[in-house]
Ligand binder design. Structure first.
Ligand SMILES: CC(C)(COP(=O)(O)OP(=O)(O)OC[C@H]1O[C@@H](n2cnc3c(N)ncnc32)[C@H](O)[C@@H]1OP(=O)(O)O)[C@@H](O)C(=O)NCCC(=O)NCCS
Length: 141
């Protein structure tokens, strides 16, 4: 008899073990993994963080930076490669957006390959704006 797969558990806390974070960020090839101290602090100081867990394994994460009233930015959304396509990214985004339902402007700087994912969730190209940055990483090219 096959046991049913245990459910993914979702939590809202920014206080996260560095090793779990590094595993998730490295699996996605994101350069924030090269700055463990800053990454741990950045999530602790985010306006909101939502995480997805399979037992003790951190399988997904999303965070928000916001003034709490007018504008919210969603800097990070990532799911472990072997856990993608199971609705985890959608659930993380939905939970993250809940407190910002009435906010004037919700902004994402999306990787090109994820644009379709965000469009499925109601995001549209940002008018005639052009994304600009000063960036120390060489990922997200
Ligand atoms: C983008 C990402 C977070 C999606 O997470 P996920 O758990 O695989 O997404 P879901 O299973 O919830 O997918 C929901 C829907 O979006 C679609 N989708 C998922 N990734 C997509 C993509 N990159 N482009 C277009 N559609 C996508 C799925 O097919 C699914 O469609 P359906 O509802 O019609 O079946 C995940 O692929 C990821 O971590 N990618 C690498 C990091 C990244 O690119 N993050 C975003 C950049 S800022």
């Amino acid at each position: 008899v096959t046991e049913p797969a245990p459910a993914i558990e979702y939590r809202c806390t920014g206080d996260l073990p560095t090793e779990a974070l590094l595993h998730l960020y490295r699996a996605n090839g994101w350069s924030a993994a090269e700055k463990p101290t800053e990454l741990t602090a950045a999530l602790r100081h985010s306006h909101s963080v939502v995480t997805a867990w399979d037992g003790d394994l951190l399988v997904g994460l999303a965070n928000a930076i916001s003034d709490g009233h007018l504008v919210v930015y969603y800097p990070h959304l990532l799911v472990l490669p072997e856990y993608r396509g199971r609705g985890i990214g959608s659930r993380l985004l939905g939970l993250l957006q809940e407190p910002y339902a009435g906010v004037h402007q919700q902004v994402i700087l999306s990787d090109r390959q994820a644009v379709g994912f965000y469009q499925k969730h109601g995001f549209v190209p940002a008018g005639s704006t052009q994304a600009l940055w000063i960036y120390a990483g060489s990922d997200h090219d």
